[in-house]
Design a protein around this ligand. Structure first.
Ligand code: UD1
Ligand code: UDP
Length: 366
C-alpha cells in the first residue's frame, strides 16, 4: 500500500518530515505530493534540503490566487494524482488550503485520510485556517493531536474517541533534530547583529492585508525597534503592504527575505525576543525558551501560553509588553514542555499508521 503525504506550504514541510522518517523506519511505502501552493525557493526548496525530505513524486504547481481559485486548482490537480497513484492512505498536515483540498478530494473518492495537527481551534472563523481546520477534522479518518485541548475540542465536535490520538508535536520533533545545527553566530554576522535583538515574523491576513491594520502593526514594531534591533524575515504576503505602511530598513530595523529553516531557528535561538503572528513560531519559541509576543487576538495554540513562553498582545500593547519581556530577561524555559513534545511524535504517528494499514487500531499511548 502506498501512503501519500500532501504538502503545499512552508509549515507543512516542517510537520511532515518526522512522519516521513518514522514511516521510513517502519518500512512503509510512501511518497510526497507537493501542491506548489508555496513555490519560492525560500518558501519551499530550502525546507526539503534542511529537513532532508525526499523529492516529491509530483509538483502540481497550483501557485497563488484567491481562496476559490487556489482551492479549485488544488482540487483538480489532487483528484488527478489520487486517481493515478491509488494511495491506501493520504496524510495531510496543519490548516492550509492544500490540506483542505486534499481532504475534500479523498473524501469524495473514498480514500482514507489522516490529519496531523487535528483539533486546534482559535474559535475565530474570520481566520481562513479555522474554516479549513473544521472541515478537515470533520472528514479525516484518523486524527493526530498535538495537545490535550485539541483532543477535547474533537470530542466536543462528536469525533469518536478511537479516531483521535494524542501524539505530541511533530513540528517539535523537527526542532529537536535541528538543535545540533542551530548556531546563531553565522546568521547574526551575515545580518550585522551584535548584542541583543528581536526577530519578527508577520503574515496573518488579518494583520497584513488591510492597510489600516498594517499601519497599526508597523507602528507597534517601530515601537519595539526603539528598544533594540529588530530583524524581520518577511513572508512574501505582507511585503508590499507592510512596506507601504512604513516597515522599511532603518537603523534598528532590518527587513530581509524569508530565511531557511535552520537559519531562521538559529536566529530565533539567539534572540532576546520574538514578535510573531505565526502558528508554528509560537510552539518553537516555547520549546527554545525564547519569550514570544504573539500579535493576535486569539490563538489555536493556548498550550504555548499555559506551558510556554507565549503571550498574546494587541499592536497597541506590543511596545510595552516588549519592554517588560526584555526586563525579565530570558524566559525561564518552562519546567515541563507540553505533554509528548519530546521529539518522538513522528514515530508515534508512524506506528499508528502502520498498525492501521495492517487493519489494527493501535492506541498511540502504546
Ligand atoms: C498560507 C496559509 C497560512 C500559513 C502560511 C504559511 C492558507 C489559507 N494559508 O498563507 O495558514 O500560515 O501559508 O506560510 O493556506 N507568495 C509568494 N511566494 C510563494 C508563496 C506565496 O510570493 O512561494 C505570495 C503570493 O503573493 C500569494 C501570497 O504570498 O498570493 C499568499 O500565499 P498563499 O499560499 O495564498 O497564503 P499564505 O499567506 O502563504
Ligand atoms: N520559518 C522559517 N523561516 C522564516 C519564517 C518561518 O523557516 O523566515 C519556519 C518556522 O520556523 C516554522 C514555520 O516556518 O517552522 C512556520 O511557518 P509560518 O509561520 O509561515 O506558518 P504558520 O505556522 O503560521 O502556519
Amino acid at each position: 500500500t502506498l501512503v501519500l503525504h500532501v504538502l503545499g506550504a512552508r509549515p507543512n514541510f516542517v510537520k511532515a518530515a518526522p512522519v516521513v522518517s518514522g514511516l521510513a523506519e517502519l518500512g512503509v511505502r510512501q511518497g510526497i505530493i507537493h501542491t506548489g501552493q508555496h513555490y519560492d525557493a525560500l518558501m519551499s526548496d530550502v525546507f526539503f534540503v534542511d529537513l532532508n525530505l525526499p523529492e516529491p513524486l509530483a509538483n502540481l504547481a497550483v501557485g497563488s490566487g484567491s481562496h476559490a481559485q487556489q482551492t479549485a486548482a488544488l482540487l483538480t490537480g489532487l483528484e488527478e494524482v489520487v486517481l493515478r497513484e491509488q494511495p491506501g492512505l493520504v496524510i495531510v498536515y496543519g490548516d492550509v488550503n492544500s490540506t483542505l483540498a486534499a481532504i475534500l478530494v479523498c473524501a469524495k473518492l473514498g480514500v482514507p485520510t489522516a490529519h496531523v495537527e487535528a483539533g486546534l481551534r482559535s474559535f475565530d472563523r474570520g481566520m481562513p485556517e479555522e474554516v479549513n481546520r473544521i472541515v478537515v477534522d470533520a472528514l479525516a479518518d484518523i486524527l493526530f493531536c498535538t495537545s490535550p485541548d485539541a483532543l477535547s475540542h474533537l470530542a466536543h465536535e462528536g469525533v469518536p474517541a478511537g479516531k483521535a490520538h494524542l501524539v505530541g508535536n511533530p513540528m517539535i520533533d523537527s526542532l529537536f533534530s535541528a538543535l545540533p545545527k542551530l548556531d546563531p553566530a553565522p546568521v547574526q554576522e551575515r545580518l550585522g547583529l551584535s548584542g541583543r535583538y528581536a526577530v519578527g515574523t508577520l503574515h496573518r491576513p488579518a494583520n497584513v492585508d488591510d492597510p489600516a491594520s498594517a499601519k497599526e502593526l508597523v507602528d507597534a514594531v517601530l515601537g519595539v525597534a526603539e528598544q533594540l534591533p529588530v530583524v524581520v524575515p518577511l513572508h512574501p504576503r505582507g511585503r508590499q503592504r507592510l512596506a507601504e505602511a512604513g516597515l522599511v530598513d532603518g537603523p534598528n530595523l532590518k527587513i530581509v527575505e524569508p530565511l531557511g529553516y535552520v537559519e531562521f531557528l538559529s536566529l530565533v535561538r539567539g534572540a532576546a525576543l520574538v514578535l510573531t503572528d505565526s502558528g508554528g513560531v509560537q510552539e518553537e519559541t516555547t520549546m527554545l525558551g525564547v519569550p514570544c509576543l504573539t500579535i493576535r487576538p486569539n490563538t489555536e495554540r493556548p498550550i504555548t501560553v499555559t506551558h510556554g513562553t507565549n503571550r498574546l498582545v494587541t499592536p497597541a500593547q506590543l511596545p510595552a509588553a516588549a519592554a517588560v519581556a526584555l526586563a525579565e530577561g530570558a524566559a525561564t524555559p518552562s519546567e515541563e514542555l507540553p505533554p509528548l513534545w519530546d521529539g518522538k511524535s513522528g514515530l508515534r504517528i508512524a506506528r499508528v499508521v502502520a498498525a492501521w494499514l495492517r487493519g489494527e487500531n493501535l492506541s498511540p499511548a502504546a
